[in-house]
Design a protein around this ligand. Structure first.
Ligand SMILES: CSC[C@H]1O[C@H](OP(=O)(O)O)[C@H](O)[C@@H]1O
Length: 365
């Protein structure tokens, strides 16, 4: 997508080879900082510390991590060990395991001398596929938004369609285009007027810091709200639908996403507001049925609750403590919305109810 009118992806191989560059998302929205990643350890650090984050982008980053690892060794054991090291970075987004296992399948089927070229090629294919999947999600989501706007008499500049989103599932969470924001970008470009309520998304503030920044760069009208405001807005008819991303969706349609998503789904259900998850197929874990019981929920550092990052009046980015020194903090990073609260799952193949998700991907030809 565009940053100051220049096209960017979130991750790209350097021209001379042997390294990748990323947008360091811990510095946004105050600073656009590009970081060069030259080895697996640096890629693990980038994923673990959320310099790159978002399920599809974590998958793409892991794929390039596997390519970087070949420089350290191309034997079967090396390929297996590199995958294990990358899998330790974050536990919840299934895209990480999906990408590592796909890269290992490709590489272990080749002679060692062919593995370096194949690894960089397959990582690039994974990135290009991600962009295409997200563009398709955007188009299917746009069809839904058009129908919703027509049913509610909205979609004009005077009466834009009101969409609430949680966390950041925009182009920054993917290689490009995003998932939950893809239909919003598609609507904006198609002239369907939308307004986005952007949950700040404590404690890392992906909404306030990343989603708002993306939407502003693209000229999409939006309003940042506290995480606790969404239910009130839904009660007062100010939200036409909710669209979120996902880090893992089970075969039954349970949706694991950023902490707080479940509470928005409860409020949406209570107010008859349609609740959608935008999900490319690498985010679907067909091996799992019960998300609440089976999906590993990442517990992140309590300091993410204790501290906030911001910019001072003179432009210095600073980290400030907002809690009393003696207080403990808990920081589960995700929660699971049960399928019964999900109206539809927007995929690259179309929109399915949770109950119809399996058939969308497994109908016999
Ligand atoms: C398009 S997946 C985005 C998904 O990932 C985010 O988590 P994190 O920022 O911790 O990587 C969040 O759950 C988003 O919905």
């Amino acid at each position: 997508m565009k940053i100051n009118q220049a096209f960017f992806r979130t991750i790209w191989p350097v021209v001379e080879g042997g390294a990748v560059e990323i947008i360091d998302q811990t510095q946004l929205p105050h600073r656009l900082h590009i970081v060069r990643i030259e080895n697996v350890e640096a890629m693990v650090h980038a994923i673990k510390h959320m310099q790159v984050r978002g399920a599809p982008l974590i998958g793409a980053a892991a794929a390039y991590g596997m390519a970087l690892g070949i420089a350290d060794g191309a034997l079967d054991g090396d390929v297996e060990r590199t995958g294990e090291v990358l899998l330790q970075s974050r536990p919840t987004a299934v895209n990480l395991r999906w990408a590592v296992q796909r890269m290992q399948r490709v590489l272990l089927a080749l002679p060692e001398e062919e593995r370096a070229v194949a690894a960089w090629r397959e990582a690039a294919v994974i990135c290009d596929e991600d962009v295409a999947l997200n563009q398709a999600i955007g188009q299917h989501g746009l069809s839904m938004l058009r129908a919703l706007a027509s049913a509610r008499g909205r979609g004009s500049a005077a009466q834009p369609l009101q969409i609430l989103t949680h966390c950041n599932a925009g182009w920054l969470a993917t290689v490009d285009w995003g998932t939950a924001l893809a239909p919003i970008y598609a609507a904006h470009e198609a002239g369907l007027a939308v307004h986005v309520w952007v949950d700040e998304t404590r404690p890392r503030n992906q909404g306030a810091a990343l989603t708002a920044w993306e939407l502003a760069q693209h000229g999409v009208p939006h309003t940042i709200i506290s995480d606790n405001a969404g239910g009130h807005l839904m009660q007062h008819g100010k939200v036409d639908c909710v669209i979120v991303g996902a880090d893992r969706v089970t075969a039954s349609g349970d949706v694991c996403n950023k902490i707080g998503t479940y509470l928005k789904a409860l409020a949406a259900h209570d107010n008859a507001v349609p609740f959608y998850a935008a999900v490319p197929s690498p985010t679907i874990d067909w091996s799992m049925q019960d998300g609440r019981r089976e999906i590993p929920i990442e517990e992140r550092d309590a300091d993410e609750v204790h501290y906030m990052q911001g910019v001072t009046a003179d432009g210095a980015v600073q980290r400030l403590r907002i809690t009393p020194p003696g207080s403990a903090a808990a920081n589960p990073a995700f929660d699971v919305t049960p399928a019964r609260l999900v109206t539809g799952i927007i995929t690259e193949r179309g929109i399915a109810s949770p109950a119809a998700l399996h058939a969308l991907f497994h109908t016999s030809d």
